[in-house]
Ligand binder design. Structure first.
Ligand SMILES: NC(=O)c1ccc[n+]([C@@H]2O[C@H](COP(=O)([O-])OP(=O)(O)OC[C@H]3O[C@@H](n4cnc5c(N)ncnc54)[C@H](OP(=O)(O)O)[C@@H]3O)[C@@H](O)[C@H]2O)c1
Length: 336
């Protein structure tokens, strides 16, 4: 397992992070089917056994912090926990004041059954009411030892510039980045590289699409069609109202499948490697529904430059179609 020290911290994390959105304490939600505590525990156990020490959760993932906290009892010191504030009242949650950030940290610490969170992230820029006030509060949380560091999620170029103009460099920017969603490439990745902000790439398998299991719209579970890759006709649960990119999406998936067959590599492994081998050397946050998937993703390997290029080429048309959209879920785009 490869490790990276998060910038300006002493947090040494595995380059594969377990995404914990799937841990829902056996209650299905808009995106994920019910997952039992036992399954989540098996995933966490497998991670720790293999040396995957990085876990990403959020107060917005119902049940997740509680399950992760329970799974890590007696082993807290072996894990690096990233959590997020935002979504306390669902997607239309108003921005947080300093006091509400403080309350969110208290809630997360309680649910996680811990005295500190290693990396606290703002889930979207829209959850910050006043940037200066929020940064002051996050620094205060660090000084109290309740969080060790802070980062951001879904921050676009303008959002990052606001921080940088205040001489604030977040540890990390957690963003959606995978072969099917490359809108971060032109601007966000270069800023993060230049300022040494770690890129935590979420949905590196585009919610399982890059595993090759779902090759037509009808194959894709409804809850995973809510983003801008799918049209409102394909999914009435979405709230983005944009036309979707199904034609380019499934053409790209077929091309990726062919390229992977040529190199005799599974699509999920190739897709994770492709992200990890981009210039920022992102950490991938991958959700798993079984301990076998954890093990499979752990066995990711380096792929050749030629393989990387063929995968990149296979998704250019989709990249053009997606254009500058950064926020996969909502319109107007919450990442600026
Ligand atoms: N900051 C944010 O706004 C934000 C947004 C989204 C996600 N995230 C974070 O990122 C994490 C990961 O993203 P995600 O869960 O959306 O998507 P993802 O990691 O791209 O996909 C996860 C899904 O892929 C399938 N899978 C995983 N490994 C596999 C393997 N080896 N072979 C075949 N299928 C495999 C599983 O689903 P099936 O087996 O059921 O198909 C799994 O649930 C989340 O858990 C969360 O922590 C953050």
């Amino acid at each position: 397992m490869e490790y990276q020290t998060l910038p300006r911290t002493d947090l040494k994390v595995s380059r594969i992070c377990l995404g914990c959105w799937q841990m829902n304490d056996n209650k299905a939600n808009a995106s994920w089917e019910a997952q039992t505590y036992e399954t989540s525990k098996a995933c966490v156990d497998k991670c720790l056994e293999l040396g995957i020490n990085f876990f990403d959760t959020a107060e917005g993932y119902a049940g997740s912090e509680e399950v992760l906290g329970k799974c890590l009892q007696g082993r807290r010191q072996d894990a690096v926990i990233a959590s997020k504030f935002g979504f306390r009242e669902g997607p239309h949650t108003p921005p947080y004041t300093a006091q509400q950030i403080d309350e969110a940290v208290t809630r997360s610490l309680t649910k996680l059954q811990t005295t500190y969170i290693d990396l606290l992230q703002a889930h979207f820029p829209s959850f910050i009411q006043n940037t200066e006030e929020a940064i002051t509060e996050l620094k205060r949380q660090v000084s109290l030892g309740r969080i060790k560091s802070f980062g951001v999620c879904n921050f676009g170029p303008k959002n990052l510039k606001t921080l940088l103009d205040m001489d604030v460099i977040p540890v990390s920017n957690q963003i959606c980045y995978n072969l099917l969603w490359r809108s971060v490439e032109p601007e966000i990745l270069p800023i993060c590289k230049d300022k040494d902000i770690a890129v935590l790439a979420y949905s590196p398998l585009q919610q399982g699409l890059l595993s090759g299991q779902y090759m037509t719209v009808d194959d894709v579970p409804l809850g995973r069609r809510r983003g801008k890759l799918f049209s409102p006709e394909s999914c009435n649960l979405g709230r983005h109202g944009t036309p979707g990119c199904e034609k380019e999406l499934f053409e790209a998936l077929r091309s990726i499948k062919d390229v992977c067959a040529k190199y005799n590599t599974s699509m999920s492994k190739a897709s994770l490697s492709w992200v990890m081998q981009q210039v920022n050397q992102p950490i991938v946050i991958v959700g798993c529904r079984t301990a076998e998937q954890v093990e499979d993703n752990y066995n990711v390997m380096k792929i050749s430059d030629a393989f990387v290029k063929e995968l990149t080429d296979a998704t250019e048309a989709l990249k053009d179609k997606v254009g500058s959209a950064l926020d996969q879920w909502a319109s107007p785009d919450r990442c600026e």
